[in-house]
Ligand binder design. Structure first.
Ligand code: GN1
Length: 504
């Protein structure tokens, strides 16, 4: 255990000794906790962190000057499209993806260290359930999609295969996530193939470069952003684990998209056949201010310009066809080869520039009273997962349909968009479309057939409630055998049991 003297000396070197100003009055337990929290902070790194936070904050807000002239849309040869390609090409991509999955070469990696502040929950976002008839949580939907994609790949290639699930958590989410998986029996996945690891935390800093004490015995710490992934991969020797398992391709995604296709064979196959080392799924941006990053070229190099760092003028620019010029919305679904991740963790990670978020950070004043600030008082520094795109030798983007693949849960229901209701509706509308495509009919409570128009673009309630378990269908496949020519009263919950009963 760290001695107070050691920790004090280290903090002195970092210019942050004020973090111990209440130490003398703390009981032994809280004092030990504070020292334990401070011990891992490297003095030089802490000094640099605080200095660069204050320096970044002193720069004028908004995009760097001249950004507009440095940006270009991605050239078409770098972009593949799931919806605009012919069915044969799509089939080839999918086949390649399934082939790689069957060879046990594909893993998924979930970014789940965030705090869910906008959603307003105190537990990990993945534990949220948006009110589906099945009451499944985001984690359960994801686990079941893994099981189904393993099954589909296995059936095609006459083998049993595994898609390991790496889950990056943070100090906030590791405990409850691990507990939740245990309580739910890992959703019937083999616990050996669910690998949780923790990203690092960094102190929040005042505008003049002092790390903030949240309580007398606790520093205000925040996860180091989803780009903390690369350090965490190294800290926990995750790439070595992947190598041992023979994993070559990694699908990285963030927790909040209810429609996420884990280890999507079409995306994986596209990236592999293109020889890409790094790829990103994108959707057409819905409106100029939509809070999604745009994938584009900066000085000729593929990058994402985050929504918080693009000016409204650039976001509103139009292409000659009338669409948005910067139209490729990042949905935080990335493809990396293990080789690329290795290069990043070994060489490029230190080059990633942290991004600055100015936030309201609760703190204790000089007398030790807790204060909840009414306006922003602190800086959180985060790295972004996509900032490694610039180091790729062969970057590709893959455009997919929003209504099939993107509906993120960001906000509480009090917000208009990206909330529990919109995500629930997006999933149910998708399943309703799948059921109609498979030849199902729906009846109202009196037995009359419902008008079967798929709801427009995922908004509004579908005419009938239909929820299909990912264990029955991953992306709409294989439903005809249960549904063709049959009439169902809403709600139709097509889980494994119902599917068995419907099988001819
Ligand atoms: C740093 C980062 O990965 N930002 C991503 C991420 O945004 P958050 O607001 O951080 O959830 O997800 C968005 C898609 O939901 C994507 O558009 C954006 O670029």
């Amino acid at each position: 255990m760290a001695s107070e003297r050691d920790v004090r000396a280290r903090l002195q070197r970092a210019g942050q000794e004020h973090l111990l100003r209440f130490c003398a009055e703390l009981a032994p337990g809280p004092r030990a906790a504070l020292l334990a929290e401070l011990e891992p902070l490297e003095p030089e790194a802490l000094r640099e962190h605080c200095r660069s936070a204050a320096a970044a904050c002193a720069r004028p807000p908004g995009p760097p000057p001249g950004l507009a002239t440095r940006l270009r849309p991605l050239p078409p040869e770098r972009v593949g499209s799931a919806s605009r390609s012919d069915p044969e090409t799509r089939r080839l991509w999918e086949e390649e993806g399934f082939h790689q999955i069957a060879l046990n070469k594909v893993a998924v990696l979930l970014l789940a260290g965030g705090q869910g502040t906008r959603l307003g929950v105190t537990y990990p976002k993945g534990m949220y359930q948006v009110g589906l008839p099945s009451q499944k949580t985001l984690y359960q939907l994801q686990a079941e999609r893994i099981r189904r994609v393993e099954q589909l790949a296995g059936e095609r290639h006459g083998t049993r295969c595994t898609v390991p699930w790496y889950i990056m958590t943070s100090e906030f989410t590791l405990g409850p996530t691990a507990e939740f998986f245990k309580e739910n029996d890992f959703f019937h996945l083999d616990p050996n193939n669910v690998i949780m690891f923790e990203q690092r935390m960094l102190p929040a800093v005042t505008f003049d470069g002092r790390a903030i004490l949240e309580r007398k015995d606790k520093v205000a710490m925040a996860p180091d952003g989803n780009g903390g992934l690369y350090r965490a991969l190294a800290d926990h020797r995750i790439l070595e684990d992947m190598e041992r398992r023979g994993v070559e391709f990694v699908h990285v995604y963030c927790v909040d998209n209810i429609l996420v296709r884990l280890a999507d064979p079409v995306f994986i196959g596209f990236c592999v056949l293109r020889g890409a080392d790094c790829g990103a799924k994108v959707v057409e941006k819905a409106y100029p201010e939509e809070p999604v990053g745009v994938v584009c070229l900066v000085d000729g190099v593929p990058q994402v310009v985050e929504y918080s760092e693009i000016s409204p003028e650039i976001a509103q620019l139009r292409a000659p066809d009338g669409g948005l010029l910067y139209n490729a919305g990042n949905i935080c679904n990335h493809f990396f080869t293990r080789g690329f991740l290795q290069m990043v963790t070994r060489e490029f990670e230190p080059l990633l520039k942290p991004h600055v978020a100015v936030k309201k950070v609760p703190y204790v004043d000089e007398e030790g009273n807790p204060v909840k600030p009414l306006k922003p008082n602190g800086i959180k520094m985060e790295k972004f997962v996509f900032d490694v795109f610039q180091f790729a030798k062969n970057f590709v983007a893959f455009e997919v349909l929003r209504e099939e693949e993107f509906s993120p849960l960001k906000n509480a229901d009090s917000a208009d968009r990206d909330n529990p209701s919109t995500t629930r509706r997006a999933l149910l509308a998708q399943h309703y479309r799948w059921a109609l495509q498979a030849g199902a009919h729906f009846l109202d409570a009196h037995g009359a057939q419902l008008t079967e128009l798929p709801s427009p673009r995922g908004s509004g309630e579908p005419a009938a409630v239909c929820e299909i378990s990912p264990l029955v269908s991953y992306s709409g496949e294989g439903l005809e055998v249960y549904l063709r020519g049959r009439a169902f009263q809403s709600p139709l919950i097509l889980d494994e049991n119902r599917a068995r009963a419907l099988q001819p």
